[in-house]
Design a binder for this molecule. Structure first.
Ligand code: CP
Length: 313
């Protein structure tokens, strides 16, 4: 697998063997989680700090659970109640946490590139838990694990990533991962929400849902991120759903055994119809959440081992 990684900042640049290693390790943690056993010696004595400058339900909680299942001391920093509110900078906050001998720093920030900047300044292993519109590496890994469990090999799979691609770090990380492992990736959405440069990442662009979903093995819906839109890029929620929301009629164009995915949180009735989101025959949305714990255990395990090797402990 080459040099063990010190941080997990992006999927871009991860080679297929590194991706396969993380997915295989995560698979072993799925089984461990389901058995009710833990691996408390794995991260015993290590400290994991969750530093989230943006809201989160799934990512923060699953990193906490993953850390605890492996025996780490886990601290969730409440940014709202921290000295960030007194004007402390991101770098000073990170340096303060680093001085407390933090081993693993999980960071979510509205600014693209913030975790990379921190990784240059702190001794801890830094994990990007979502930075602006840039990347969300562990989301792409858990999505890949979910797809692999249902579809096996990625080669030849057609994955349609639909909706607000422009503001989606989930889309960018998924595109990098899926293209790297040999899937055919389509992005589908209105021109206002598909950046012109996206085709340069090896995807095909569609501005029509039925054409974009035709023959797809996986339909991955994205949240409409109104909070990141400086101006109105979409019509009303009702109009958006009519043209771009996933409903039974549009989904009928995908393969009969296609998967429905969504990273959450979902806007039901905006980007996805409730009936499809909850359809056990196709929807793997809950399973994505379960895979999130296993993937984060694999990432923490891998980075902690790499850190131990580099420090000779
Ligand atoms: N998918 C995802 O990142 O969800 P949260 O914002 O709840 O962490």
């Amino acid at each position: 697998m080459g040099e063990p990684p010190r941080h997990l900042l992006t999927i871009e640049g991860l080679a297929p063997p590194a991706i396969a290693h993380l997915l295989d390790l995560a698979e072993s943690y799925v089984l461990l989680n389901r058995s009710g056993r833990t691996e408390r010696d794995m991260l015993r004595g290590r400290t994991l700090i969750n530093l989230f400058f943006e809201d989160s339900t799934r990512t923060r909680t699953s990193f906490e659970l993953a850390g605890k299942r492996l025996g780490a001391d886990v601290i969730n920093m409440s940014v709202a109640a921290s000295s960030v509110n007194k004007g402390e900078t991101l770098l000073d906050t990170a340096a303060t946490l680093n001085a407390m001998q933090c081993d693993l720093l999980v960071v979510r920030h509205a600014q693209s590139g913030a975790p990379s900047l921190l990784a240059q300044k702190v001794d801890a292993a830094v994990i990007n838990a979502g930075d602006g519109t840039h990347e969300h590496p562990t989301q792409a890994l858990l999505d890949a694990l979910t797809i692999r469990r249902h579809k096996g090999d990625f080669a030849g799979l057609v994955v349609a990533i639909c909706g607000d691609v422009a503001h989606s770090r989930v889309a960018r990380s998924n595109i990098h991962l899926l293209v790297t492992v040999g899937a055919t990736v389509r992005v589908v959405g209105p021109p206002t929400l598909i950046p012109a440069a996206i085709a340069g990442l090896g995807v095909t662009v569609f501005h029509d849902m039925k054409a974009g979903l035709a023959g797809a093995d996986v339909v991955m819906m994205l949240r409409l991120q109104k909070e990141r839109m400086a101006r109105g890029l979409v019509p009303s929620a009702r109009e958006y759903f009519r043209f771009w929301g996933l409903d039974a009629e549009k989904f009928a164009h995908a393969k009969p055994d296609a998967l429905v995915m969504h990273p959450g949180p979902m806007n039901r009735g905006v980007e996805i119809d409730s009936a499809l989101a909850d359809d056990p025959a196709h929807s793997v949305i809950r399973e994505q959440v379960e895979m999130g714990v296993a993937v984060r255990m694999a990432v923490l395990d891998t980075l902690a081992r790499s850190r131990a090797l580099s420090r000779n402990v």
